[in-house]
Design a protein around this ligand. Structure first.
Ligand code: JJ5
Length: 439
C-alpha cells in the first residue's frame, strides 16, 4: 500500500475558531462527551496500516465528531444560518430538521435563519429574505421530499455572502450541498478568516451518487436505490410483455455507478448494468450490442440499467455543454442507447421493442427512507456539535463506524468510484451474467 494515498496529518487537522472555553449546556446532564483528542483511523486494513507501524509514523486519523465539554459560543446568544444548495436529494429536509431541533433542544439556541434558494439567498439582494426557523416549522418536514428552504445551483460572490452573514449576525453557517457547494463553503471560511471574523462554516455533504471519498455512505443513496426498484420492475414487465422486449432504465451516477450497481444487486431482473467506471464498446463481436443479441436469442427479453455517466466516450460529436456551475453536461446515454439498439436490430431485420425509462426526478424528490432518515438525523446532530465547538471549514462524515470531522479540502480532493476489481462489481457480473468485458 502506498501511504502517500492518505492525506497528511496536517491536511487532516480541522480548523478551529480559537479559544473555546464556554461550558457546554450539556454539562451535568450525563451526556457522553467526546474528548478532543479522540481520533479515528483512516486505514482499516492491516496492509494499509503496516507501513506506518513499521516506520514508526503515526497512522492518519480523523477527529471524532460529537459534543465537547467546552464550546465556542454562548448558546443563547448564537445566531445560526442554514442553506441547502444544488439538486434535490432525499433527506434534505431531514438534515434541516435535525439541525434546527438539535440547536434548539440540545443547546438552547434561539435564532436560526434559513437562507432561501441556495447561495442566492446569501447574495446582497436575494429574491427571498431569510426565514426564521422554529421547531414547530420543521416538526414534520421529513415526511416530504425536496427542501423547505428551496435550492439553487451556481456560485455567488463570496464577499457579498460574508457581508450578509455579518449583517445578519450569523455565528455558525450550515451548508448542505455537493462538492461545488462545499468548495464555496471553504472559500467563505477563508474570507471570514481574512476579515478576522469568527463565523463557523460546517458542511453536510450531499451526493445521491455516493461518490464522496472518506465516507461509508452519503444521505439519500439508500432511498435512491429503493426508489429505483419500481422503474426496474416496470422495465422488466414492459420487456416481458413484448417479443424481444428491451427495458432500459437510466439511473443517477455522473462519475460513479454506485446507484446503478446497487439497484442491479437489489433487483434480480437486471441483465446488463453499465457504469462510468467500466468502459464498453457498442459494436464488434464482444461489444454490448452483440451481447444483447445473444441474450434476446436466449430469452427474448432483456433489462438494462445504465448510469448517466456510462459510455460517454461513445457519444462523440455531442457538443460539450456546461451547466451554471461549469460542470460538463453529460450527453444522454439513455436516448443514445435506445436509438443504437433500434438501429442495430433494424439493420438485421430483427424486431425489438425498446422502452426507455428515465426516473431521475422521481427518485431525487421522494422523502428519505427510514435508513436515510436516521442517518440524516445523526449527521445533523454532529454538524451542530461541531459548529458549537467552533470547528470550521469541515464536513461531517461517517468512517470506520464513527462520525468524524473531515476538512473540506480533503473531502473534495478525490471522488469515490466503483472498483472494477472489487466485490460489488464482481457481484453485479455474477447477478446479471453479462460478459466481464464488452470491449
Ligand atoms: O469534481 C468533482 C468531485 C470531487 C470530489 N465532481 C463531482 C464530485 C466530486 N467529489 C466527490 C464529492 C461529492 C460530494 C461532496 Cl459534498 C463532496 Cl465534498 C465530494
Amino acid at each position: 500500500m502506498d501511504t502517500s494515498s492518505f492525506p497528511s496529518a496536517g491536511e487532516l487537522l480541522v480548523q478551529s475558531l480559537g479559544a473555546c472555553d464556554v461550558p457546554s449546556p450539556l454539562l451535568g446532564t450525563g451526556a457522553p462527551f467526546v474528548a478532543s483528542e479522540r481520533r479515528i483511523l483512516l486505514p482499516s486494513d492491516i496492509t494499509e496500516l503496516e507501513p506506518f507501524l513499521k516506520s514508526g509514523r503515526t497512522p492518519p486519523s480523523f477527529e471524532a465528531a460529537g459534543p465537547r465539554q467546552t464550546i465556542c459560543f454562548h448558546p443563547t446568544r448564537v445566531t445560526a444560518g442554514l442553506v441547502t444548495c444544488g439538486g434535490l436529494c432525499p433527506g434534505l429536509n431531514d438534515v434541516v430538521r435535525a439541525i434546527v431541533l438539535t440547536l434548539t433542544y440540545t443547546y438552547g439556541v434561539r435564532r436560526i435563519l434559513g437562507f432561501c434558494y441556495g447561495y442566492a439567498g446569501l447574495a446582497s439582494e436575494p429574491r427571498h429574505g431569510p426565514v426564521e426557523l422554529t421547531t414547530d416549522m420543521v416538526e414534520s418536514i421529513h415526511e416530504h421530499g425536496g427542501t423547505i428552504l428551496g435550492s439553487s445551483r451556481g456560485p455567488q460572490d463570496v464577499g457579498e455572502m460574508v457581508d450578509t452573514l455579518e449583517q445578519r449576525g450569523v455565528d455558525i453557517l450550515f451548508t448542505i450541498g455537493g462538492d461545488g457547494t462545499l468548495r464555496g463553503a471553504s472559500a467563505l471560511s477563508l474570507e471570514i478568516d481574512r476579515r478576522g471574523s469568527t463565523i463557523a462554516v460546517i458542511g453536510v455533504p450531499k451526493t445521491i451518487d455516493n461518490d464522496l471519498a472518506w465516507t461509508v455512505r452519503t444521505f439519500g443513496f439508500s432511498t435512491a436505490v429503493e426508489a429505483a426498484r419500481n422503474p426496474i420492475l416496470a422495465a422488466h414487465s414492459e420487456a416481458r410483455g413484448a417479443w424481444n422486449g428491451v427495458g432500459l432504465v437510466k439511473l443517477m451516477g455522473r462519475h460513479s455507478g454506485f446507484v446503478a450497481a446497487h439497484a442491479t444487486l437489489a433487483n434480480a431482473d437486471v441483465n446488463f448494468c453499465l457504469v462510468p467506471e467500466v468502459q464498453f464498446a457498442l459494436e464488434g463481436e464482444r461489444g454490448f450490442l452483440a451481447a444483447l443479441e445473444q441474450r434476446l436469442d436466449l430469452k427474448h427479453h432483456a433489462v438494462i440499467v445504465v448510469a448517466e455517466g456510462a459510455g460517454q466516450d461513445l457519444l462523440e460529436g455531442a457538443a460539450i455543454d456546461k451547466d451554471a456551475s461549469g460542470n460538463v453536461k453529460l450527453g444522454d446515454i439513455g436516448v443514445f442507447l435506445r436509438d443504437a439498439i433500434r438501429r442495430h436490430f433494424a439493420s438485421r431485420s430483427t424486431p425489438v421493442d425498446v422502452k426507455y425509462i428515465d426516473p431521475s426526478y422521481l427518485i431525487r424528490s421522494v422523502p428519505a427512507d427510514a435508513n436515510d432518515s436516521e442517518f440524516c438525523l445523526l449527521l445533523g446532530q454532529h454538524a451542530v456539535h461541531a459548529g458549537m465547538a467552533g470547528r470550521t471549514n469541515m464536513v461531517v462524515s461517517y468512517w470506520n463506524r464513527n462520525y468524524v470531522h473531515v476538512p473540506i479540502p480533503v473531502a473534495v480532493a478525490a471522488r469515490r468510484r466503483l472498483d472494477p476489481g472489487g466485490q460489488i462489481w464482481r457481484g453485479v457480473l455474477e447477478a446479471t451474467g453479462q460478459p466481464r468485458s464488452m470491449l
